[in-house]
Design a protein around this ligand. Structure first.
Ligand code: RP5
Length: 165
């Protein structure tokens, strides 16, 4: 069986102003060679586009959606309500409230509609979590994740060594 050629992860955000935060997710996916697509989909300004995106994503070969939004951050939850795919929410910090508004808007989902919420501004972890989800059914990708984790361990041990010198 050959892997689908198109994007496996949909990386969407409520506004292009979210990109400086969200590009860390793109970076993580690129590091692992995971094909992804990027787009602006606003829950409030383009509600129909958001529903179309959510409803069609699985059929287009997308396996995981990463959705970032700030303020009244309804995008991840609304997308999760209209797709069977796993959705990872990234609370984008804005000028006021330090991203607490975004975090609480994304994390407090009603039972039955899960969103895997990462930390405020935690787009890199969202990308890495998407890699792990895909890795569950892709042994090569899972191996890459194991190597990455071993690299983290080496990095910490090296820092420890440096500190002791
Ligand atoms: C949210 O409103 C977006 O996700 C963004 O974080 C925030 C502000 O959007 P802009 O006014 O910068 O377009 O929906």
């Amino acid at each position: 069986m050959t892997a689908p050629a198109g994007p496996r992860v949909g990386l969407i955000m409520g506004s292009d102003s979210d990109w400086p935060t969200m590009e860390a997710a793109a970076q993580a996916l690129a590091e692992f060679g995971v094909p992804f697509e990027v787009g602006v989909v606003s829950a409030h300004r383009t509600p129909q586009r958001m529903l179309d995106y959510a409803k069609n994503a699985a059929g287009r070969g997308i396996s995981v959606i990463i959705a970032g939004a700030g303020g009244a951050a309804h995008l991840p939850g609304m997308v999760a309500s209209a797709t069977p795919l796993p959705v990872i929410g990234v609370p984008v910090p804005l000028k006021y409230l330090d991203g607490m508004d975004s975090l609480l808007s994304i994390v407090q989902m009603p039972a039955g509609v899960p969103v895997a919420t990462v930390s405020i501004g935690g787009a890199r972890n969202a990308g890495l979590l998407a890699v792990r989800i895909l890795g569950a059914s892709d042994p090569a990708l899972q191996k890459s994740m194991e190597s990455f984790q071993a690299g983290l361990e080496s990095m910490v041990l090296e820092k420890d060594e440096n500190l002791r010198r």
